[in-house]
Design a protein around this ligand. Structure first.
Ligand SMILES: Nc1nc2c(ncn2[C@@H]2O[C@H](COP(=O)(O)OP(=O)(O)OP(=O)(O)O)[C@@H](O)[C@H]2O)c(=O)[nH]1
Ligand SMILES: [Mg+2]
Length: 184
């Protein structure tokens, strides 16, 4: 009789400010058609883009035969922040995307690390800085200095969330910091 191999399931959450590229990242990574809840933006958000996530994004990555990574994206808008605590439930790690073209990305960094602090206390975090093609400052070095000043040495990468390989690197770094035996 053939022994059945149990599949391992892991959950990762993408968060970050409006327009940082969370929905795009999950769509880039998902092996199945991603589920999104984007609606026409009706407020300030519309100045940056047409649609915004109102509940969540969902996608899935298959790692070999035995592992599935479930990818959840939060809405960026604070008025939907009631979803944030719901979406992190059962997660093993958080990917924080920061848009370098926003007026104060360090403030966004502080804000999201604080908003998710309960989850971060118990789980891993990796940071991806998007839109560096449009705005190279602050540099990754500036972020390193800011993080070391906050006494948290979190992994940080430059990414373009439209590029599958870039966002796969974030997932890989998160899985590796969770368990060095896992990888994509
Ligand atoms: N130039 C550039 N464009 C990017 C980059 N990353 C993402 N984009 C684009 O920026 C937009 C990001 O939009 P979304 O993925 O909807 O952003 P989101 O974080 O899900 O936003 P909310 O759901 O509103 O919080 C898309 O049009 C992407 O194609 C990047 O690094 N550089
Ligand atoms: Mg979105």
């Amino acid at each position: 009789m053939q022994a059945s191999i149990e599949r391992q399931h892991y959950k990762i959450i993408f968060t970050g400010p409006v327009g940082a590229g969370k929905t795009t990242a999950i769509t880039s990574l998902s092996d199945e058609r991603a589920i999104t809840t984007d609606e026409q933006a009706s407020d300030m958000t519309q100045q940056r883009k047409q649609a915004t996530t109102v509940a969540m994004d969902y996608g899935v990555m298959n790692l070999g035969k035995n592992e599935r990574i479930h990818l959840y994206g939060t809405p960026g808008q604070e008025r939907f922040d009631f979803m944030w605590d719901i979406l992190v439930e059962g997660g093993i790690g958080l990917i924080l995307l920061l848009d370098n073209t926003r007026s104060n990305p360090f403030q966004d960094l502080h804000f999201f690390l604080k908003a998710f602090s309960d989850f971060i206390d118990k789980n891993k975090v990796v940071i991806g800085v998007t839109f560096m093609d449009k705005q190279p400052v602050p540099s990754l070095d500036d972020y390193y200095q800011k993080l070391s000043g906050m006494k948290c040495g979190l992994p940080i990468f430059e990414v373009d969330s439209r590029q599958q390989q870039d966002v796969a690197t974030l997932v890989q770094a998160l899985l590796y910091s969770h368990d060095p035996w896992l990888g994509v």
